[in-house]
Ligand binder design. Structure first.
Ligand code: NAD
Length: 271
């Protein structure tokens, strides 16, 4: 990506006076970190979550640089952890406007090898629970904070729509995530809450590192997408600003592909 198109944009304080709860920051390569920086640059007040003390130690020094209102320990596989974190948040924020759900996890063994062999009942349960059900749980928890409406954005991937080798049960979870997003959008539209997904192209992050063949896919993709490059985290952040803002006030239940056009391709190469 050229220097002119990479990096910050300024929309003149699009999120001034708004509050955003951002989940899913593991390090400075996380998609959620790019989203947090973009929201911060546009004037949003931020709160963050992380799952467990070990992750907290890594995440706290990073997120503190954005002067958060709260940084909450919240493992989304536990209802108690979700309830506890939201109760803590209520002490500092009576309401918020934006929820960014940027969470995915599958046991490593499930992300390599033959789908039939590696997709155990336990791998399915964990992956679907953490990566898909958590959107429903977090949106339900966010609803009382959004009495005047709000916006929820989740992160998906093309493996929800088509088979991507080695993505395996995570593809099944992303399909459930996208479907859940649509049901949430229908249900919460009457409350003025919009729910959308960004289907991001592959990016080198901690979560992506767990998928066998990721590096080769990135190399291959680089000159095969319609835009002849891969996306970066900042591309996703820009789309997220759109979906979370009034610019997308009539957009809900949508999967927005931020993938340099990759998902429109059929046969990639005839030459
Ligand atoms: P990442 O590893 O930086 O983020 C994944 C996050 O999920 C981490 O912050 C981790 O702490 C969190 N998480 C995992 N289990 C959790 C749990 N039980 N409770 C709470 N949080 C938990 O990687 P990323 O690529 O930024 O991933 C963010 C989202 O983007 C994921 O949903 C991922 O599937 C999606 N996505 C990634 C890519 C890619 O190529 N990197 C492409 C499309 C979609």
């Amino acid at each position: 990506m050229s220097d002119e198109t990479k990096g910050g944009i300024s929309l003149g304080g699009l999120f001034k006076g708004k509050r955003a709860l951002v989940t899913g920051i593991a390090n400075d390569r996380s998609i959620a970190w790019a989203i947090a920086q973009a929201l911060h640059a546009e004037g949003a007040a931020l709160a963050f979550t992380y799952p467990g003390a070990a992750m907290g130690e890594r995440v706290l020094p990073l997120v503190r640089t954005l002067a958060p209102a709260a940084v909450l320990d919240m493992d989304v596989s536990s209802d108690e952890a979700i309830d506890g974190a939201m109760a803590e948040l209520k002490e500092v924020w009576p309401t918020f406007d934006v929820l960014v759900h940027s969470i995915g996890f599958a046991p490593r063994g499930a992300l390599a090898g033959r789908f039939t062999d590696v997709t155990t009942r336990e791998a399915w349960r964990i992956t679907l629970d953490v990566s898909a059900y958590s959107l429903i749980a977090l949106t339900r928890a966010a609803k009382p904070f959004m009495p005047r409406g709000g916006s929820v954005v989740t992160l998906s991937y093309y493996g929800a729509e088509k088979v991507v080798r080695n993505y395996n049960v995570m593809g099944v979870a992303k399909a459930a995530l996208e479907s859940s997003m649509r049901y949430l959008a229908e249900d919460l539209g009457q409350d003025g809450i919009r729910v959308n997904a960004i289907s991001a192209g592959p990016v080198k992050t901690l979560a992506a590192a767990g998928i066998k063949g990721m590096r080769a896919m990135l190399d291959e993709n680089a000159d095969k997408t319609p835009l002849r490059r891969n996306i970066d985290q900042d591309d996703v952040a820009r789309a997220c600003l759109y979906l979370c803002s009034d610019l997308a006030r009539s957009v809900t239940g949508e999967v927005l592909h931020v993938d340099c056009g990759q998902s429109i391709l059929g046969v990639v190469s005839m030459a």
